[in-house]
Design a protein. Structure first.
Length: 201
């Protein structure tokens, strides 16, 4: 499995690094996560420079493609070369975005006549692309999903992991970042489920 995260200058640090960290916790053979962009390096909103693993052409070969958000997303709406370089097929790929990344999905025609999770400040732009922005943390329509707000990246990653791996793996990964008491309860539930499965078997 190849999961690509699309970056551009002025991406939001939290959204990208949270997705990167969680996706790299998946324990599955041949699971690969990469950062891709139009240049060899892209700079975050807080001026952290990140090296890319590949160019935007790799998006077409990926099983899942997730778009970062950030101030730079709005700038890329006016960059036809950037948009033309991204080749996606929602029939065979999972495609998602977090934050203002949904604006790029809209510009690529992937959200036409659909609902999209969006901050109220984005909804007027989405409407111009024929997209209905809703004040919800996560919206999924088939193979396309949008998450609104940096921490909603958890839900986007959980969706991708469950679709490409398993529900159990999603629960394990998201449980691993919960506050300690919640994490311990999650571990106890996992042990209980494991025992029940052994008895059933």
């Amino acid at each position: 499995m190849l999961i690509s995260i699309i970056l551009f200058d002025d991406f939001t640090d939290l959204e990208v690094f949270l997705m990167w960290d969680l996706l790299n916790r998946v324990e599955q053979r041949a699971w690969k996560v990469g950062l891709i962009g139009e240049r060899a390096e892209q700079r975050s909103r807080t001026h952290i420079t990140v090296s890319m693993h590949a160019g935007l052409d790799v998006a077409a070969q990926s099983n899942a493609v997730l778009f970062a958000g950030g101030p730079g997303a709005r700038k890329k709406l006016g960059d036809p070369r950037f948009l033309r370089a991204i080749k996606l097929d929602p029939e065979r790929q999972l495609i998602g975005s977090v934050g203002t990344g949904s604006l790029l999905l809209a510009a690529l025609g992937l959200l036409a006549h659909k609902r999209a999770a969006a901050h109220p400040s984005q909804q007027d732009v989405l409407q111009r692309f024929g997209v209905r922005g809703v004040d919800e943390p996560f919206v999924c329509d088939g193979n396309v999903a949008t998450a609104a707000g940096g921490l909603a990246a958890q839900q986007l990653v959980g969706w991708a992991v469950e679709r490409l791996s398993s529900q159990r793996e999603r629960e394990r990964i998201l449980g691993s970042i919960q506050p300690l008491a919640s994490s311990m309860k999650h571990a106890a539930r996992e042990r209980e489920t494991h025992v029940l499965r052994r008895v059933d078997w």
